[in-house]
Design a binder for this molecule. Structure first.
Ligand SMILES: O=C(O)[C@H](O)[C@@H](O)[C@H](O)[C@H](O)COP(=O)(O)O
Length: 248
């Protein structure tokens, strides 16, 4: 674990997603050079999907056939449902670049083999992660992207829930999400903390208080984003409004 937390502030959401896209190209290219492959964890939300749209326009020197793509959380809805983060990621980027389908690792669908049982789906995804780990229990993702809700949630880890309290499992099912749909599958804080880099993409004045609390070291049970830390770095990509409550 590192305490290397940094903040980058941009004029608006478009500028922050553009900057994060440029930087993720460099990280992926370097990982492919050093280890022949890269692994990223995608997130939903406007900024996470915005970053993917930016990469669609220009993904630099990335060899998309050598990127493993995982998801940090998923709404437990049927395959192809527009609310699935996976569907939005395909529309924004994955349908438009030469990914290796075998290296796309979507979370299970709400109408598939685990229908009605998000926890069984979570166990299945944890096994999938283990199968792609290089020594450890799950991969050391090169970058775990995250959005954040106004109350500080990341992935489907909402304040004061069993999911955010989870300290052993890497993936859990959620049946009580305060934000619909109630059923979700999510990586936990222990999973996020295995990532080399955790990048939080956050815009808007309604996020400013939670941003300040998280960076100020709030209890993750109250502000889940406070517990989202990478082993090498944690970077907050903010617009001016989201950064407005940070101390100078
Ligand atoms: O699953 C969800 O309900 C959303 O995807 C959610 O977790 C989102 O990522 C954050 O609320 C940040 O969203 P924005 O980037 O759009 O602010």
């Amino acid at each position: 674990m590192t305490d290397s937390v940094s903040v980058q502030t941009y004029d608006d959401a478009e500028a922050l997603t553009t900057a994060a896209a440029r930087q993720i190209i460099d990280v992926i290219v370097a990982a492919q050079r050093d280890r022949d492959s890269a692994s990223i964890v995608l997130t939903g939300g406007g900024n996470g999907i915005g970053l993917l749209r930016t990469l669609r326009a220009d993904s630099g020197a990335i060899d998309w056939s050598k990127v493993d793509i995982f998801w940090g959380d998923e709404r437990f809805v049927p395959a192809g449902h527009p609310d699935r983060n996976e569907v939005q990621a395909h529309e924004a980027l994955l349908d438009h670049v030469p990914v290796n389908p075998a290296r796309l690792h979507p979370m299970p669908y709400g109408d598939g083999a685990y229908a009605g049982d998000p926890d069984a789906a979570a166990h299945a995804y944890e096994h999938l992660l283990a199968a792609h780990a290089d020594g450890g229990p799950i991969p050391e993702f090169d970058v775990h992207l995250l959005g954040m809700g106004g109350e500080g949630h990341v992935n489907s880890l909402f304040p004061d829930t069993d999911a955010v309290r989870e300290d052993t499992r890497f993936v859990v099912g959620v049946t009580d999400s305060p934000k619909p749909p109630a059923e979700r599958v999510t990586l936990t804080l222990p999973a996020i903390r295995r990532a080399r880099r955790v990048w939080l993409l956050v815009a808007g004045a309604d996020k400013a208080e939670a941003v300040a609390a998280a960076i100020g070291g709030a209890n993750p049970l109250d502000v889940p984003a406070a517990g989202a830390l990478g082993t090498e770095e944690t970077v907050w990509f903010l617009d001016r409004a989201a950064a407005s409550r940070l101390p100078d």
